[in-house]
Design a protein. Structure first.
Length: 454
């Protein structure tokens, strides 16, 4: 099959892709039953399973994983002796945050200014559609030249490890010669990029208690220990004056040697307000790809509206720590826990609960699969060479797969370029990127099958 038929076929399939992504985005598949009904994830899983069956996949199953969610699996047999490629995406999404801040409803795919907006459009429901487009193009041109396994995870955004534990208990299920993780993104729209490293993650909840109950701040304030004030001091201890992450015993001075991220571009991508400085030291790439980064992602305390003049008896926060390759996430969890306990003031009672963890990952970019992908990217992005970059986010399954299948070649591509604003309001996907990456994935499967025959 030549370049033109694949590209033309995928171009003709884009209206169908938009319609299908509209259906998939409509499911409020946040894997947290405290926010949305579990049925939303179940309905999304059934939609994914139906799409795989429609494409001729066998053994399609909804896998009940140990964290109480479902991952969807299917197998498409290829020619005899062909290699097996595992294609990964996830159908669960982040919460929409402030729905009033969205310019269009978060669970209605909306076309605006040449992009498609909706929660999960890029991360990572669009990634599943990308896989479908690539396979459909190959089928239209004569057949898929490899055996394909697809796994669509149901709790990636929660970091609860359900699919990792399931894979460890069923090691034969996801075995493959190559793995394409469709959950990262190009460094910039139009610049083909594979992700070489991922930071790992640990997530902790810390609670401080100082009193049996809240007290009147006029009668007791000034002597009664304020749990919220104590929590603020603990959280402040996690950063140096310049904003660098400072967890006792955790190294934070590594450097990134690859593709660099110019500060002016980062400020634009991050939408940093004029006059506000970036935090940390070193290059931007050092800070977001090679070093740990702590983020306070939530605090339980009284809201400003309706606040009363009270000394708080209890306060709680959720803390995320991203850890770079070379740092063990379990060790980072221990160090962060010890830091929170050691920096708690005034003898406040402190409890720390771990709610998520994932190891960092480093890909072998010298593997034959990367050569096949580079060739495919040249076709999909004429005039551009494939770049390798880091990614500050985490995909815990990568390390599990690397451990279970040490010979497998793992590649990371996807739709989450900076303009996509994943995890934020007004998430979107570039349909041009969806089309080009689908072309690239289709050619990769052709190239990879050929490389295994030689």
């Amino acid at each position: 099959m030549t370049a033109i038929p694949i590209a033309e076929t995928i171009a003709s399939l884009m209206p169908r892709a938009q319609a299908e992504l509209t259906e998939l985005v409509a499911f409020r598949s946040v894997a947290d039953p405290a926010l949305f009904p579990r049925s939303e994830c179940e309905d999304a899983a059934n939609w994914v399973a139906g799409a795989l069956r429609d494409e001729g996949f066998q053994d399609v199953a909804l896998l009940d994983t140990p964290d109480g969610t479902q991952s969807v699996y299917g197998f498409l047999p290829g020619p005899a002796g062909a290699p097996t490629v595992l294609l990964y995406a996830h159908y669960d999404v982040q919460p929409p945050l402030d729905e009033d801040a969205w310019l269009s409803p978060p669970f209605e795919l909306t076309e605006r200014n040449g992009r498609w907006y909706g929660r999960g459009a890029a991360d990572c429901k669009g990634g599943f559609i990308m896989h479908l487009l690539a396979l459909r193009a190959l089928k239209a041109g004569g057949g898929v030249p490899v055996s394909v396994k697809v796994i669509a995870e149901g709790s990636e955004e929660q970091g609860t490890g359900g699919l990792e534990r399931y894979a460890e208990a069923h090691p034969e299920l996801l075995a493959a010669d190559a793995v394409v993780i469709g959950d990262t993104g190009n460094f910039r729209v139009g610049l083909p990029t594979v992700t070489a490293t991922l930071r790992g993650m640990t997530m902790l909840r810390v609670q401080l208690d100082t009193l049996e109950g809240n007290l009147h701040s006029g009668q007791f304030g000034g002597a009664a220990p304020d749990a919220l004030a104590a929590l603020i001091r603990v959280l402040d201890s996690l950063r140096a004056a310049d904003g660098s992450t400072t967890v006792d015993g955790l190294a934070a001075d590594a450097s990134w040697a690859g593709l660099q991220y110019p500060e002016v571009e980062f400020r634009q991508d991050a939408k940093v307000l004029d006059g506000v400085a970036l935090i940390g030291t070193g290059t931007v790439a050092d800070r977001i790809w090679a070093r740990p980064a702590v983020t306070v992602i939530g605090i339980d305390c009284p809201p400003v509206v309706g606040a009363t003049p009270s000394v708080q008896a209890s306060a709680r926060a959720q803390v995320s720590l991203r850890v770079p390759p070379g740092t063990d996430a379990a060790e980072a969890t221990k160090l962060l826990t010890a830091h929170l306990e050691a920096h708690t003031p005034w003898g406040a009672r402190v409890s720390v609960e771990q709610v998520g963890q994932g190891q960092p990952f480093r890909a072998d970019t010298s593997s034959p699969a990367y050569t096949s992908m580079a060739e495919a990217m040249r076709i999909a992005y004429p005039g551009e060479e494939m770049q390798s970059a880091g990614m500050g986010g985490s995909i815990p399954l990568c390390n599990t797969l690397a451990t279970l299948y040490p010979e497998a070649e793992i590649l990371l591509i996807g739709l989450s370029e900076p303009e996509a604003q994943i995890h934020a309001v007004n998430e979107s996907v570039s349909p041009e990127e969806l089309e080009r990456l689908s072309v690239a994935e289709a050619h990769f499967l052709v190239n990879y099958a050929r490389s295994k025959q030689s």
